[in-house]
Design a protein around this ligand. Structure first.
Ligand code: G1P
Length: 293
């Protein structure tokens, strides 16, 4: 196994029921945050750390994802003819972000199963998994730090962040011990998918970024359906810990949850406020608007 991480897997087969009716005919991954579909932020994050091969796990009705990352000759000639060079450059940069492949999950059998469908594509190589409900600020560099940790240790690294007790049931949760070597990493002793707050081994939740050794595939294949009757990636990590060390990469800032409508709205405002072209005007309007009933 090489220790260079060049492949990423983005599970995007879910039905997006939390975003109905917007997600009825448009994949929820294609809903825009400001002016980019959510999944583009995730592919840019992967490309930004040198990953040039991205496999998106899709399902029925997700064709727009493939179109989004593909060349669009008609649109490009139209922009070229109209002298719209900045739009043209933007589109070309988008379709050359990474080699974006897709594979269908076939059956909706859970996140672990979705990751398992990447096996033939990934082969015997390490790979990153990026969940689209978590959008990361690239400036904070969580994935970059995880990949550095992986390249030094050659073992699975998962992103962890403290959450308040009432949020524990939304996440996979980890029991950890400090490594104490100044690296900031922790050793993951156990993980459990969406425990009740009183059963949680800690307040450290898994945040949708993983760098796996290929051994995770064999664990996924052995993993029976777990919480919600689905094959959980958390359960596969739990078995992996029995044979390989798994490290946790704790971080604090720079994550936007876009998994439900309220968080999606917050993320949209946050991302817009950070934009040079939109931020100042939006800030001014927000202050004025919040002063009114
Ligand atoms: C999934 C995982 C969970 C993880 C979470 C991060 O849950 O199963 O372990 O903590 O993503 O966002 P989901 O949000 O898909 O229900």
């Amino acid at each position: 196994m090489s220790s260079r991480v060049t492949k990423a897997v983005i599970p995007a087969a879910g039905l997006g029921t939390r975003f109905l009716p917007a997600s009825k005919a448009v994949p929820k991954e294609m809903l825009a945050l400001v002016d980019k579909p959510a999944i583009q932020y995730v592919v840019e994050e992967a490309a930004g750390v040198g990953i040039d091969d991205v496999l998106v796990i899709t399902g029925r009705g997700k064709g727009a994802i493939e179109d989004h990352f593909d060349r669009s000759p008609e649109l490009e000639s139209h922009l070229e003819a109209g002298g719209k060079t900045s739009e043209l450059d933007m589109l070309r940069a988008l379709s050359s972000l990474a080699r974006v492949h897709t594979v269908r999950q076939g059956e909706a059998r859970g996140l672990g199963h979705a990751v398992g469908t990447a096996r033939a594509h990934v082969g015997d190589e390490p790979f990153a998994v990026l969940l689209g409900d978590d959008i990361m600020d690239p400036e904070v560099g969580v994935l970059a730090g995880m990949i550095r940790a992986f390249e030094q240790r050659g073992r699975t690294v998962i992103a962890l962040r403290r959450v308040p007790p009432e949020q524990i049931p939304l996440y996979g949760c980890a029991a950890v011990e400090p490594l104490g070597d100044g690296s900031g990493l922790v050793r993951v002793l156990d993980v459990v998918e969406k425990p009740a707050p009183e059963d949680a081994p800690s307040d450290l939740a898994m945040m949708g970024r993983y760098v796996f050794t290929p051994s995770i595939f064999a664990e996924i294949e052995r993993t029976p359906p777990g919480r919600g009757g689905e094959i959980q990636v958390t359960d596969a990590i739990r078995s992996l810990i029995a044979s390989e060390e798994v490290y946790g990469y704790p971080f604090e800032d720079g994550r936007y949850d876009v998994g439900n409508k309220a968080d999606y709205l917050r993320a949209t405002v946050e991302l817009a406020l950070r934009r040079e072209d939109l931020g100042p005007g939006l800030r001014e309007w927000l202050v004025e608007r919040l002063g009114r009933p």
